[in-house]
Design a protein around this ligand. Structure first.
Ligand code: NAD
Ligand code: WQD
Length: 336
């Protein structure tokens, strides 16, 4: 099948492109490159044998989206494109609603116009807000705590309304927990612009010497070592979850939500130690005050995805750190 990946040159989209191509699909990437580099296409070519098609365009350009869906005879869309920085969303909420919500609306209109009605959407564990119980399953109440999270929630609701209005739509919302790691080749990975917001890229940049030390945001949480606990999932396992969701939608219509996580929580200090062990480099850190909005622990129940999609995360914490370290080293040698 021909599959359009919006945000396809980004971190998760590029890894999913590899998995889909390996499964025999033809991928078309659609991206405005606001948070990724065009060099990803050539590096994907090295992994996949030939580079995928890239349409450089914005999500809010409905005409270009419709044209792309037609020209490439697209059968399904995986929608990764979006802005994703929680802090930035608090400062520029309209940019987040415009890019994420309006961008998705334009995509859905273009899909409706061209008769493409299979969609996998990049949602987030952030739609659960403050965890009321752990592990978080899909029945957990939703309620985001920042504009980024609310943009995801609005989109999920829009998608549910659309599926309810017309039984031809097949929609999966995949609620990612904390994606980390990189493709085993070290050719693609996450290389955030500016200061990383997320733990793993920060740790990797400290290990390589690009940053002096990690700030650990609080060590007084009610967790085993006092630091925050999260469900880190290898990006290649996450990518495989998209393939499983597409297969599932082949047989079923309607709106479906799935958690993609490992079901295991790891603390900040566990992550630091695991990274030090695989890299052989020290990761100096200092404990600072809590980051506003952070919760003590958050991890998934991934039982639904296991039961219905036949999908499970398999890669270990060591593989997450090792692949991330390999990518970080390559990245340092060939800056984009
Ligand atoms: P990313 O920034 O690496 O990739 C997103 C891509 O979308 C980028 O290449 C960017 O250039 C593109 N993009 C953004 N706005 C666009 C627009 N208006 N038009 C066209 N392209 C546009 O992010 P990622 O980590 O790969 O995340 C992919 C998706 O997964 C996002 O929707 C994000 O919200 C979601 N998600 C990410 C995480 C995470 O921790 N990485 C967790 C949960 C959910
Ligand atoms: C993990 C842990 C921090 C950085 C965020 C978004 C969420 C989702 C994924 C998209 C926490 C601690 C972090 C640092 C630290 N994105 N930390 N020092 O907060 O679980 O989720 O990214 O949907 O919406 O909120 O991930 O990687 O930022 O933090 O101590 O420099 O690491 O306090 O305990 P988080 P994270």
């Amino acid at each position: 099948m021909n599959i359009l990946l919006t945000g396809g040159t980004g971190y998760i989209g590029s890894h999913t492109a590899v998995v889909l191509a390996e499964a025999g699909h033809r991928v078309v990437l659609y991206d405005n490159l606001c948070n990724s580099d065009v060099g990803v296409v050539q590096r994907l070519g090295q992994i996949m044998g030939s580079p995928p098609a890239l349409v450089q365009g914005d999500m809010r350009d409905g005409a270009l989206l419709a044209q792309t869906l037609r020209v490439h005879a697209v059968g399904a869309v995986i929608h990764f494109a979006g802005l994703k920085a929680v802090g930035e969303s608090l400062v520029q909420p309209l940019a987040y609603y415009d890019n994420n919500v309006v961008g998705t609306l334009r995509l859905l209109q273009a899909m409706q116009e061209t008769g493409v009605r299979t969609l996998v959407f990049s949602s987030s564990a952030t739609v659960y807000g403050e965890p009321r119980y752990l592990p978080i399953d899909e029945a957990h109440p939703t309620g985001a705590t920042n504009p980024y999270g609310r943009s995801k929630l609005h989109i999920e609701q829009m998608l549910a309304d659309l599926a309810a209005s017309d039984g031809g739509w097949k929609i999966a919302c995949l609620r990612y927990f904390n994606p980390v790691g990189a493709h085993e080749s070290g050719l693609i990975g996450e290389d955030p612009r500016g200061v990383p917001n997320n733990l793993m890229p920060y740790v990797a940049q400290v290990a390589i010497g690009r940053r002096q030390r990690l700030s650990v945001f609080g060590d007084d949480y009610p967790t085993p070592d006092g630091t925050g606990v999260r469900d880190y999932i290898h990006v290649m396992d996450l990518a495989l979850g998209h393939l499983a969701a597409l297969d599932y939608l082949g047989a079923l219509s309607g709106w479906h939500a799935f958690n993609l996580g490992t079901g295991q929580g790891h603390s900040v200090l566990e992550m630091v130690r695991a990274f030090e062990a695989v890299s052989g480099r020290p990761v100096p850190y200092q404990v600072v005050s809590r980051r506003p909005g952070d919760v003590a622990s958050c991890y998934a129940s991934a039982d639904k995805a296991h039961q219905l999609l036949g999908w499970q995360a398999r890669r270990s914490l060591t593989e997450m750190c090792l692949s991330s370290w390999r990518w970080q080293q390559n990245c340092e040698n060939t800056p984009s």
